[in-house]
Every structure is written in C-alpha cells, then in structure tokens.
Design a protein around this ligand. Structure first.
Ligand code: AMP
Ligand code: ZN
Length: 471
C-alpha cells in the first residue's frame, strides 16, 4: 500500500515492522463534550484505514486512548484542564462527565459504523506508566524540574521539528501567542510532562508522584499508552492534523528519547472538516453532533458517505446543502441495491476482478472517493445480481456503508407501506363515523359502518372509543 507519511512528507510503500502485523495508535477523544462531526470525520477515515489493512490481510492491533485528564485549553500547556472545564459547566465530577462522553462517543461511532479499537485505554488508568516514563526521561537527562513541574528539554534533541513546515521563529511566536509564557521553561518549545504546580489550584484529579502531588501532561499519555500496548515499535500513528503540532511532535520527542531508537514510522493525519466560519471545534461551543443530524432527519451513514466522497488529505467543507446532496445520492444508491435480486450463482472471477480494482484505489493513499466510484461501477457490471451483491458485501468490509442492510430496510418499508396506507384510511373513516354520530347524522354513520363492513372491518365500542379490527 502507498500511504502519505506526514513525517517524511512523501507517499511511501507501507512496510510494517513485523511482517503481516500492523500496530496502530489513534489519539482518542477528549471527553469533556460530545464529539462533533469534524472529530468523527477523522475517526471515519481512520476506520477505513484500519479496515483496509485488515482487508488486505494484515493482523491489526489498534489502540486508542481516552483523554480524561491533562489536555489543557491550549495545546501549549496553558489554560484550564478541558475536563475540569466540562465538569464545571455541567456541575458534575470529572469522572462522571468522562464516563458520559466516552459512552456518547462510542454510541456515535456505532451509528457511523466505526469499529471499536482493540484496546481502549483511559489516561487515568495509566498513571503508573506515565510516572515511569517521566522518571526514565529524567534519568536520561531529557527532562528537568522547574517550579515544581517536570519539563521535557527539547534542546537535548538533534531534530525536534518533525511535522511542521514552520521554522523555529514561527514556533516561538506560536508559544508567545498562547497566553502568558511559562517562566520555568528553558526553551520555548519545552513542554510539561508532569504538573504539580499550575495556575489553577482546583484540579480535581491528582496523583502522588516522586515530584509531588499532580497530574500528567497530555502528550505523555499517548506515548506511554502506545508503548504499553503496542510495544517499542509502532507502525502507524493517526490523528487530526491539528494534533501534528505540538502533540505528535512532542510524542515523538519523548518516545524516542525514552526508547533510544525510532518509535513510529508512519504518521497519518486527517485534514479538518470546516464550516463557513472555519474549523469546526468543540471549544468554539457551536458544533454539530451525530444526534443533531439525526434530529434533522439525516441518516448517520449518509454522513459517512459524505466523508468518503473526499480525500482525507484535503480539508472538507461542511454545509447542509452538501449533506443534502450526499443523503440524496446515498438514498438513490440504496434504492438501486434494493432492486437487486439474489438470483443465481456468484461469479467468483468477477468478484475477484472488482476486488482487485477496489483494493488498488484504496492502496493508493486511500482514495476513498474512487472507492465509492467502484461501488457504482459494480452496480453497472455485466454480471448477475447475486455477483453484484457479493461485490458490494466485499467492499463493505472497508467502506461500512451497509448498503445491503439499508436496502433490506428500504424493501421492508416499501412492502409495509400499502398496509400502513390502508390502516390510515380506515382510521380516517372511523373518525368520520364518530363525528357523524356526534352530529346525530345517523344515515352517514350507518353508511360508513356498512362501507367498513363490506371491506371486512368490524367495529367495537370500548370505553376508550371505537376500535376496529379485521374479520
Ligand atoms: P479531541 O477530542 O479534541 O481531542 O479531538 C479528537 C480528534 O478529532 C483528534 O484527532 C483531532 O485532531 C480531530 N479533530 C478536531 N477537530 C477536527 C475537525 N474540525 N475536523 C477533523 N478532525 C478534527
Ligand atoms: Zn494523542
């Protein structure tokens, strides 16, 4: 598979560290609020990547953290802990909101057919691992203690600026811009590994450590959780593009300093979902959730379809008009699949031919929009319906649009529609008869009863009114 590697800024052949196996790490959600559909765009694209690896035969182990501590309002170690902010907003404890939003996140994922990672690890489960790693960095001289906090010393590295296209000066401005500068830092790009002192005293979750009671920095959690579950060599690390700097840059710095060798070979970054006001973000407060889309009558899978139509390395513009188009195209596709009849035998050679083409487009830096085109091609294939259905089921192992399942629901709805219509008509006649009786229009009431009788409908008077049944 050819995959763009943000670390080298090139498309490269994907070769995992151990043949046949892929170790994969995903930055999980910060569970202080609902995931917005921008976050979920990232998780949808990562889901496609994971499923593609499995599709072509790799044994994948995917690990995801849940950020329930340490992610401050600014990625550059300043501001309040996002979890604390969420807890205050909802007048609950940090652990209560963490549980609530973790459950909400996985429920959204389920609606979007995003598979659960093999390992899901809340940061608060791994305090011992963080302490061990911070201690290791101090022992090796990569970290220092200042003003009670433990910092990573970026000047000890040969090469710190892995992902960014900026120079050191730009980064320095970035730090300067992000509120008050931390006087304890030796270098502008140094970052906190463990906090014992911060500008806010009411941090709810704190743990004892060799450096005093405190809590971990955000970056250390992903390095330590990944190393805990995927070992010293990670094949691929995923996240949204905003995580590239400083989060992933700092993960690389501390992991490689700690391990003493290269840690993760491939970096997969998904570009943002934007609205006309710019990047969709939780902190801005105004954002769209899967539940909101459902309330507005959209099928969550139509949103997945919308995401698949564009490439993960391009930012995607969200508008309701664009989503309406995706929903309409998705519905049409479902109706076409619903018209297929599982007649005859599956032609294995045709399935293999389509599988090959599908695999090629995804194998070229995950071109999901061409993969969607393959679905239309399969529907036009010169073969029987049973073979088309087999191809669609095969593609669905990666695309997870559940076209065949949706088509089944569509057919069931169509089949029950006439009965529903007739029921509604009878309800209306019964209501008309009740009204006629109220109006003492006995002739009209009798006429309706006779009409219903002729259609095989029996009327019974009950304390709740007139009920009807079929003879
Ligand atoms: P968070 O819950 O804020 O830690 O973010 C969860 C994931 O969503 C991370 O991988 C982010 O990089 C990603 N993300 C945040 N905003 C967007 C967006 N507007 N579009 C796509 N991905 C995003
Ligand atoms: Zn992370």
């Amino acid at each position: 598979m050819l995959l763009y590697n943000s670390a080298t800024r090139k498309k490269e052949e994907f070769v995992p560290h151990t043949e046949g196996k892929v170790s994969m790490y995903t930055c999980g959600p910060t569970v202080y609020h609902f995931a917005h559909i921008g976050n979920l765009r990232t998780y949808i694209m990562e889901d496609v990547l994971e499923k593609y690896f499995r599709y072509v035969g790799y044994d994948v182990k995917r690990v995801m953290n849940i950020t329930d501590v340490g992610h401050l309002s600014s990625d550059a170690d300043t501001g309040e802990d996002k979890m604390l902010k969420g807890a205050k907003r909802e007048k609950k404890t940090v652990m209560e909101i963490a549980q609530f939003y973790t459950d909400a996140f996985f429920s959204d994922c389920e609606k979007l057919n995003i598979k659960k990672p093999d390992v899901i690890e809340p940061a608060t489960n791994c305090i011992c691992e963080f302490i061990e790693m911070v201690q290791g960095l101090l022992d090796k001289g990569y970290a220092y203690i200042a003003g009670g906090n433990v910092y990573f010393d970026t000047s000890k590295l040969k090469d710190y600026y892995v992902f960014n296209n900026f120079d050191a000066e730009d980064l320095a401005i970035g730090v300067r811009d992000s509120v008050s500068e931390d006087e304890n830092k030796r270098n502008k790009t140094d970052f906190v590994l463990w906090f014992t002192k911060s500008k806010f005293e009411d941090q709810e979750l704190k743990w004892d450590s060799p450096w005093g009671i405190g809590y971990p920095g955000w970056h250390i959690e992903c390095s330590a959780i990944s190393i805990k579950h995927n070992g010293e060599y990670l094949d691929i690390h995923c996240g949204g593009i905003d995580n590239a700097f400083p989060h992933h840059t700092n993960e690389i710095a501390q992991s490689e300093a700690y391990l003493g060798h290269e840690w993760c070979k491939y970096w997969f970054h998904v570009l943002h979902l934007n609205t006309s006001n710019g990047k969709m973000s939780k902190s801005k407060g105004e954002f769209l959730t899967v539940s909101l889309l459902e309330e507005k009558g959209y099928n969550p899978l139509a949103y997945r379809f919308f995401c698949l139509q564009s490439h993960y390395r391009k930012s995607q513009e969200f508008s309701f008009e664009a989503l309406d188009n995706a929903q309409a195209a998705f519905n049409k596709l479902v109706a076409r699949v619903a018209a297929l009849k599982a007649d005859g035998d599956v032609d294995g050679a045709v399935v293999a031919e389509y599988r090959q083409k599908f695999s090629e487009v995804l194998g070229n830096d995950m071109n999901t929009s061409l993969a969607v085109t393959s679905v239309y091609d399969a529907l036009k294939a010169d073969t029987n319906d049973a073979t088309k259905l087999a191809i669609l089921n095969d593609f669905d192992k990666v695309l997870s649009l559940d076209l065949v399942g949706e088509a089944k629901k569509y057919n069931e709805k169509q089949a029950s529609a006439p009965a529903n219509e007739e029921d509604a008509e009878i309800d209306a006649l019964v209501a008309q008869r009740t009204q006629a009786r109220k109006d003492k229009n006995w002739a009209e009431a009798d006429r309706i009863r006779d009409e219903l009788n002729a259609r095989g409908i029996v009327l019974t008077d009950t304390p709740e009114g007139v009920k009807w049944s079929r003879k």
